[in-house]
Design a protein around this ligand. Sequence first.
Ligand code: PLP
Length: 380
Amino acid sequence: MDYINDFISFVREQYNTDKFIPLHEPRFRGNEKAYLLDTIDSTFVSSVGAYVDEFERMMEQFTGVSKAVAVVNGTASLQVSLRLAGVSEGDEVITQALTFIATANAIVYNNAAPIFLDVDLDTMGLSPQAVRNFLEEFGELREDGCYNRFSGKRIAACMPMHTFGFPVHLDELIAVCNKWQIPVVEDAAESLGSYYKGKHTGTIGLVGGVSFNGNKTITSGGGGVIISNNLDLGVQAKYLTTTAKRPHPYEFFHDEMGYNFRMPNLNAAVACAQMEMLDTFLADKRMLAEQYSRFFKGLGVNFRTETTDTKANYWLMCVELNDTNERDKFLKISNENGIMTRPIWTLMTRLPMYQHCQKDQQKNAEFLEQRIINIPSSVR
Ligand SMILES: *Cc1c(COP(=O)(O)O)cnc(C)c1O
């Protein structure tokens, strides 16, 4: 741990400040204020407005997807994505236990239950091999899809999460899921600007969700987006998130139970200004990651970098320490010195509402849970 003081000086140098350095703070150096004022002047501050449409177009262009639908937050984008994939009451959804709580909650909001499977050590995301092993043991193909022989329930979707913006092994995962007729819904909440084999994350499975919360790579205050290359699903996403109202100049007729999950135009104004900065932000984060990488290499500490065939957005950067003892010291000393660092999430399988869910061994998830910490990653 002799290196911790060097780490503190290194981070202070990067951000050029003696004050507290948070893990990830937003930067508003573009048109945010101008677009917000424009929104207020227009009176279109709420659920319809030009910035919502503009933001959706910008997302479509950036990710190369057929349809993007702006929603109120990332959690809502995942909830609706799962429903679009066909998840309904009594179903089950395969996901990882090493994730932020929203992944699991989005499943339960559809009255479905999560099955927690292990992650890969390299990506920290859902392991195709773990999914293959689970389905070979418990999967049963019937006319209307894949069933779990343990619970008797239908496995209606598989939702991998691209941890900290590092893409999971999607080709392998999608191949296993195709074999068992399980649609893949990507939790791309953390991975705006991350690519797998040249394709943007969130656009490779059937449908995906992205978050624009205050601590993400870019923010709209709160917000999310549903993205899909299936145009019909995209249209359905817009319809469901805007109360499932039949289009009509003045009559109100709703075909099914939809949601008011629209992103307000005020938030979309900020989102548009942030989208204009995205390439600059990504370039700076990549440079910071290179500097961290060089710094930690000299110390023999494993700074996590992108895996082959992927490009990561370096949303939250992280190091893997040797054991919990080293991790706890690192956390204590850095935080005491005003440099925010944080352990990776507590596994979902340890939380009161999820500890009874079906799970596998969690060998890699537990290994990473004990060793990974996040370090300051804001754009400088
Ligand atoms: C941030 C995040 C979400 C949800 O985003 P909100 O916009 O905060 O609702 C979902 N999943 C993961 C993995 C996240 O990190």
